[in-house]
Design a protein around this ligand. Structure first.
Ligand SMILES: *Cc1c(COP(=O)(O)O)cnc(C)c1O
Length: 323
């Protein structure tokens, strides 16, 4: 197994930079997790770094994961596996065959992509794991989206980075907004807030797919898993703000207003945002701020990555209509 030197040394945090944005006369900053220096960065690269350590420790020799072959998650995991010199086996639900940039990269990294009907996913994973073990291999399975305790841990660390920035710059963010999908990113940030007893700050996850009750429940479970026995004592329901008002029809769907916002942010700030995650969350944040009359606050938005999807969207008719 080869070492990935950038994961060994770390990268001293990602930049937090001020924005031109002024909706509601608030001041905005953005944390550029899309600038993590591995595989276009993003929260999947953050999480991958935690899995990297675990894979080395366990001395695994095959990396398995689940997800759409067009996902940021599969791109980063397949990239990491290649860089470690390990084979990668991706189990992918049928019906996402149209190749996007992420798909092409996953293929280039030499990952084996196995398609199966969505109802057969759990069975297929178990079957393949067993086969590897019977062949004397030690497979390491990473859940879709990097969900799980290690993924949560990655964003507890991000929370520490934010605290360090605040101390250095002598400012305090009243709000942190970000895209919430499997909920691991949000769980990590909320655990960071809880463990630091930061009651004054609101973390708002903008759902990009799931509806409120189910989405919130998944984040709560991840928080519970991470805090373990301290959950009952530390967790308050108020700490978990999961907003599903800006799903715009569900996963992968978008509106013309969102597309226009993405174009504005690229032109005005020089920052690419994809329509599935970051652009949708950013658009949702601006609506939320207006609807809740939030004014004169300091607001941090976390850019969770997905840059290859931004380039895919340039080819969409929808993007051309936005102009
Ligand atoms: C996966 C992903 C998210 C969602 O993160 P979760 O931890 O699953 O909630 C947000 N933004 C981008 C760009 C992603 O790829």
């Amino acid at each position: 197994m080869k070492k990935i030197r950038i994961f060994e040394t770390g990268w001293n945090g990602t930049p937090i930079v001020p924005m031109q944005e002024n909706v509601g006369e608030n001041d905005f900053w953005i944390k550029r997790d899309d600038m993590i220096p591995f595989s276009f960065g993003g929260n999947k690269a953050r999480k991958a770094c935690e899995f990297y350590r675990d894979i080395k420790e366990k001395n695994a020799d095959v990396i398995m994961t689940y997800g759409s072959n067009a996902s940021n998650h599969c791109r980063v995991i397949a990239n990491m596996a290649y860089a470690m010199g390990l084979p990668c086996h991706v189990i992918s639900p049928e019906g996402h065959e149209e190749p996007l940039y992420n798909t092409k990269l996953v293929q280039q990294f030499g990952a084996k992509i196995e398609y199966c009907p969505i109802t057969e996913v759990a069975n297929t994973i178990e079957k393949r794991k067993k086969e590897y073990m019977q062949a004397g291999k030690l497979p390491y399975f990473i859940m879709g989206g990097g969900h799980g305790k290690l993924g949560t841990e990655a964003y507890v660390k991000v929370y520490q980075e934010i605290l360090a920035y605040e101390r250095e710059e002598n400012i305090h963010f009243d709000y942190i907004f970000h895209a919430s999908g499997t909920g691991t990113t949000q769980a990590g940030l909320v655990c960071g807030k809880i463990l630091n007893k930061d009651y004054e700050r609101k973390i708002v996850g903008i759902s990009i797919a799931r509806e409120g009750d189910r989405g919130r429940q998944v984040v709560r479970e991840s928080i519970h898993e991470y805090l373990g026995s301290r959950f009952e004592e530390l967790y308050r329901e108020d700490d978990l703000v999961f907003v599903d008002d800006y799903r715009l029809g569900g996963y992968g769907e978008s509106s013309l207003d969102e597309i226009k916002m993405i174009q504005k942010i690229m032109a005005q700030e020089g920052i690419p945002m994809d329509a599935t995650y970051v652009g949708k969350a950013y658009y949702g944040m601006c609506c939320y701020i207006e609807e809740h009359g939030i004014k004169g606050k300091k607001i941090l938005f976390i850019h969770t990555g997905g840059t290859p999807l931004f380039f895919d969207s340039l080819n969409d008719d929808e993007y051309k209509r936005g102009k």
